[in-house]
Design a protein around this ligand. Structure first.
Ligand code: AKG
Length: 321
């Protein structure tokens, strides 16, 4: 007599299939490190080789003509935008938008002048907390339009390749201990480092089955007058799905499935541009005072997205084993 499969057998079989799925992606098309291109690409070639296949690469000499590369010194920035009031993310530990205990904690969004931020970066003022300009809602165009003449509002070959303009152009400036926790976005991301260095840890979308998610109560940090930070619940907000794992120090007892993940690390230096394809998981660190500008082009909600949604659903089933 052949016994019908139990629910446990079915889950184990989904889990095995997903492990093979990830292995096959590595065998078929993924690189073991992030390759370099030496010149800005032709749009069709870039679409064919990198956007379509959903593979990251680092492009050199893609924005050597930007005045920002030589101009953006603290003195120049103070003179040009020093008095502008911008949004700065402030946290006690450098972790903005990250899981802390049983909460998903967002940074305090502090309004301050660009000069005050530079004072902190340059060590002229000792502030408690970690400061990071990382507003992500096209803050370059919205908050610092005076700086756009030093860069470009879009990357012409990327806009041609995708047939659209970026949804957002973001400006990043942070302290060395400001970290962006692991997450993924629905953007084709061109990330340009203007000064300093960014360190990316990347995981392909096909490694999704090994990446744990939980549902967390949203909260925000708030710095009290005595300098201490408190965590204030956002009671009216719905729970947020987020990744509780720190890929720099993964708790493999708690998340054994992460053993199968195969992260790729890369450093993006001043003058280099990372193409970070849609749906890739990324965790980001930086050198102190690193400045970057990035372009978020919305992804196509095509069969790639559609398959990824299926993978998400199946990953949820398999982690219940
Ligand atoms: O630079 C960072 O800290 C994070 C960048 C990022 O997450 C993004 O561009 O999607």
């Amino acid at each position: 007599i052949i016994e019908p499969p139990t629910q446990m057998d079915t889950k184990q079989s989904v889990k095995n299939t997903l492990s093979d799925f990830s292995l096959e992606a590595h065998d078929l098309y993924l690189n073991e490190s992030v390759p370099y291109l030496d010149t800005p690409p032709d749009p069709l070639q870039f679409y064919r080789d990198w956007i379509g296949p959903n593979k990251p690469c680092i492009i050199r000499n893609a924005f050597s003509h930007w005045p920002a590369l030589s101009r953006w010194t603290p003195d120049y920035l103070r003179e040009k935008v020093g008095s502008k009031v911008i949004s700065v993310a402030v946290t006690p530990n450098g972790y903005a938008d990250a899981v802390a205990g049983d909460r998903f904690v967002m940074p305090e969004e502090r309004r301050m002048t660009f000069s005050s931020m530079l004072d902190i970066i340059e060590g002229k003022v000792q502030a408690s907390g970690v400061f990071y300009v990382q507003k992500q809602s096209s803050n370059l165009l919205e908050e610092l339009p005076e700086l756009t003449e030093d860069v470009e509002r879009h990357i012409p070959w990327m806009s041609t390749a995708l047939g659209k303009l970026p949804d957002a152009v973001n400006f990043w400036l942070g302290e060395s201990n400001a970290v962006t926790s692991m997450h993924k976005d629905h953007y084709e991301n061109l990330y340009c480092v203007v000064s300093g260095q960014k360190d990316f840890l990347l995981l392909p979308p096909t490694d999704r089955p090994f990446i744990p998610y939980g549902l967390y109560q949203p909260a925000v940090y708030h710095q009290r007058d005595d300098g201490e930070f408190e965590v204030v619940d956002e009671n009216d907000s719905e729970k947020v799905p987020w990744i509780p794992l720190d890929p720099l120090d993964p708790d493999l007892e708690r998340f054994p499935q992460y053993r199968q993940a195969r992260p790729i690390c890369c450093s993006v230096k001043a003058g280099e541009m990372l193409f970070l394809p849609s749906l890739w998981f990324h965790h980001v660190r930086q050198s102190h005072g690193c400045i970057a500008v990035n372009f978020w082009y919305d992804m196509e909600y095509d069969i790639k997205y559609n398959y990824f949604q299926l993978l998400e659903a199946l990953s949820g089933v398999s982690t219940l084993v």
